[in-house]
Ligand binder design. Sequence first.
Ligand SMILES: Cc1cc2nc3c(=O)[nH]c(=O)nc-3n(C[C@H](O)[C@H](O)[C@H](O)COP(=O)(O)OP(=O)(O)OC[C@H]3O[C@@H](n4cnc5c(N)ncnc54)[C@H](O)[C@@H]3O)c2cc1C
Length: 401
Amino acid sequence: MAFETPRVDPLPFRVAVIGGGGTGAALAWDLALRGFRVVLVERGEFLSGTTGRHHGQLHSGARYAAGDPNIARECMSETLALRRLVPDAVEYNGGLFVALDGEEAAYGERFAEACAEAGIPAGEIPPARARELEPGLSAKVERAFLVPDGTFDAWRVPAAFLAGARALGAELRPWTGVVGFEAEGGRIAAARVLDRGRGIEERIEADYFVIAGGAWGGAIGALAGLEVPVTPAAGSMLAVKGRLCDLVISRLRPPGDGDILVPQRGLSIIGSTQRLVASPDALLPADEEIAFLRRSGAELAPAFAEAEIDSAWCAARPLFGSALDEAGGRAASRDFAVLDHAERDGVAGVASVVGGKATTLRVMAEKAADLVCRELDAERACRTLETAPPSWRALYRGRAS
Ligand SMILES: Cc1cc2nc3c(=O)[nH]c(=O)nc-3n(C[C@H](O)[C@H](O)[C@H](O)COP(=O)(O)OP(=O)(O)OC[C@H]3O[C@@H](n4cnc5c(N)ncnc54)[C@H](O)[C@@H]3O)c2cc1C
């Protein structure tokens, strides 16, 4: 599927996307493909928020099938879509869910049923076969299921979307953060931005604004007096040198801490933890989180205990909802929503896209762009399922910075 510049009639509308993470990148691409003139502003480097620091699991949805069936189904269909659309950013490794004790083994029935209901192929294999596939796996495995999980490069997928958007004329502005909004007659008419490269403040006018600020969505919305229900939840990860597995290995139990081992390039990454935080900025992993992750990794693959540590880091999940408190937000849905602030807050010309996963960035963008079309009375079909973006390399080629 070679990238060809699609022929679209330019529309007079200009849409401003705020936030240059995976969701904003996919949205800029989707809107540009529909013929909108797009400006994307990101207060730092592109993908420097949560997207550039996630675990790298291209979810089949199996993790969420029992408790969160909507996002499970979306993950499955988006996994298939991203494999097709951005093949050079994906490793088609597959995943294993393993039970390490009787309680986890008993969860197998519920897991298998829920996967079947969500349309996720999950086939049980004997423990001995699981250890043949992954010789580094714990000898305690009692049950194992193969699922179509995978690994993807956190940067390359959205970088391809950014490159595609720019090829279609989108104006991409990193180091440009929104610091305020201006409203006229109950409608947002302009955003005030600080261009950190040039050290100047400017006005950006647009017909419509979409806040794709991830865990920062609440703070951005507050600048316009909007209530954007996002709760930042910090998660830490620990990477060791060497591939201790080639498949993504998960514990066969409801989602919790330290239960996924992801092979990524020449590293093995265990994640993650979760705690609610007041701000998504300047997060660091705590010593006790690193110690916990070291133990958790070793439960799945014993060699993790002695492997040389490569790095540990922390990022903020943008959980959809406010004041989530159950188990640090673990029970919160990973689903997403597109919020029309004309309906919610009586402020026209602006929407927010909140929640979701990096795996579902394309469909999040599709739903947000559908709303933009409705609001601007400019019905244009989504084309991102049938159009492959250019290579991620095109984003960097020929750029001095
Ligand atoms: C520990 C952890 C592990 C995860 N692992 C996975 C995984 O394996 N697979 C998966 O699918 N998902 C995973 N996720 C979830 C996934 O990373 C996020 O859902 C996704 O990256 C969010 O993307 P986003 O674009 O919405 O947010 P972000 O990537 O955070 O983008 C928002 C952007 O807005 C910018 N911004 C903030 N304020 C302003 C402003 N005033 N003006 C302009 N720009 C602004 C920020 O700088 C940021 O770049 C994980 C999340 C965490 C925390």
